[in-house]
Design a protein around this ligand. Structure first.
Ligand SMILES: [Zn+2]
Length: 210
């Protein structure tokens, strides 16, 4: 009497082929492994460009509320983190439209890749010099690595919020956040882009008064 054939880890019952979805590696982990690699690469690149780990003041506060102080873009989160939430909402919409059939985890990875490249480019010496020359950011020396990671985290939260809210409610939240930022810090994502691409003297003068 033959013993019942049981599947085993040697692959004997699958002709020596590896069993798909077996215990060794789940493909659902792949986007998160890729995400970790992306973060490691981003940190390495920012450090190579000379960015500091943390604000030169050395205070351990994760939050910095005064955008006109030298602590801005140096701690983990500050009012500008909200502009990165808005980036996340925009790119969530863009990638949902460009590649609707891609699993969400991979779309998130793609979007975070774009944001990470933005952070690296934003913190090259060329862009830092341009910010200082044409915007109100006279003391700006580039973001710290911690702040860039906070920006990317904020971005990921923005992607999640947009996915949860859908298009119209996201659009409403986007516009409300822009208005709140303009009233709070005299800057916003749209103003920031405008002033970088096409500086307006009257807006710069208004931003300098605080
Ligand atoms: Zn500081």
């Amino acid at each position: 009497m033959a013993a019942p054939v049981m599947p085993d880890e040697s692959g004997a019952t699958t002709g020596g082929l590896p069993v798909r979805g077996g215990p060794r590696f789940r493909w659902s982990y792949a986007p998160w492994v890729a995400m970790a690699a992306l973060m490691a690469g981003t940190i390495y690149q920012l450090r190579s460009q000379g960015r500091l780990w943390w604000c030169a003041c050395g205070q351990l506060s994760l939050w910095s509320g005064n955008t006109w102080s030298q602590h801005n873009s140096q701690h983990l989160v500050d009012p500008y983190s909200l502009t990165h939430v808005l980036h996340g909402m925009l790119l969530c919409g863009l990638f949902a439209w460009l590649c609707p059939r891609l699993p969400f985890a991979w779309r998130l990875w793609l979007a975070v890749s774009v944001e990470a490249v933005w952070e690296v480019v934003e913190n090259t010496d060329i862009v830092i010099q341009r910010y200082r020359a044409v915007t109100a950011s006279l003391d700006y020396l580039g973001d710290t690595v911690t702040n860039s990671l906070g920006d990317i985290l904020s971005f990921g939260i923005g992607v999640a919020i947009a996915r949860y809210l859908g298009f119209w409610r996201s659009l409403g939240l986007f516009l409300v956040t822009e208005v709140v930022l303009v009233m709070w810090i005299r800057d916003s994502l749209l103003l920031n882009i405008l002033m970088l691409v096409y500086p307006v003297d009257a807006i710069r003068a208004w931003q300098m008064v605080h």
